[in-house]
Design a protein around this ligand. Structure first.
Ligand code: HEC
Length: 168
């Protein structure tokens, strides 16, 4: 079927008109969005635990078991930062002083664990890691969440990350 030139021009105009119309509509939406200030996101304690604390706790284990001490030291620091985030973003959670509870439960086991990483002592690391893990659970109990139980990881849950020391 051959379209008449006039019909073809009309079709192009219509398409252009629609495109321009839609374009200016979306501009209006964008302008409205810009006018409304974005709500600042405050992560919940469970979010910080799941997204920050838990993965670092797991990765730290696999790094040290592979005797990848630079990675273990890195994951250790990330774990500290994640715990600090809990204090920063949820200082008062259900009327509990989260910073104080983290300090009371984990400061000593964390310091002991750090030493085993610095010493590159795998046997001592394993014991210190178990002690830290217990301290996580004692805080969960204190916070009336005894059903949240962490343990020494049973399998690597990050299949895309190589935990072995790199030669270079
Ligand atoms: C303040 C003491 C405290 C310490 C210390 C603590 N947690 Fe938690 N954790 C909590 C609380 C409270 C919750 C529940 C938060 C919620 O319901 O929003 C929680 C939740 C969790 C969860 C469950 C998240 C979910 O949605 O399933 C995991 C996993 C977790 N913590 C891991 C850890 C690990 C690993 C450590 C130690 C390295 C640790 N936590 C140390 C208080 C603590």
């Amino acid at each position: 079927m051959v379209k008449s030139p006039i019909k073809a021009v009309a079709a192009v105009c219509l398409t252009l008109g629609l495109a321009l119309g839609v374009g200016s509509m979306s501009k209006t939406v964008a302008a409205d969005k810009a006018a409304t200030p974005a709500q600042s996101y405050v992560p919940g304690l469970g979010d910080i635990m799941t997204a920050g604390v838990q993965p670092r706790h797991i990765k730290l284990w696999f790094a040290a078991r592979q005797k990848n001490w630079p990675l273990a030291a890195y994951e250790y620091n990330e774990l500290l930062e994640a715990l600090a985030d809990a204090k920063t973003y949820q200082p008062r959670w259900k009327d509990l002083d989260i910073g104080e509870m983290i300090e009371q439960n984990t400061a000593k086991p964390l310091a002991n664990l750090k030493k085993t990483i610095d010493d590159k002592n795998e046997a001592a690391f394993i014991q210190a890691y178990i002690a830290l893990t217990k301290s996580c659970n004692s805080c969960h109990k204190e916070a009336e969440h005894p059903f949240i139980v962490v343990r020494v990881p049973s399998s690597v849950s990050f299949p895309d990350q190589d935990f072995r020391p790199q030669s270079h």
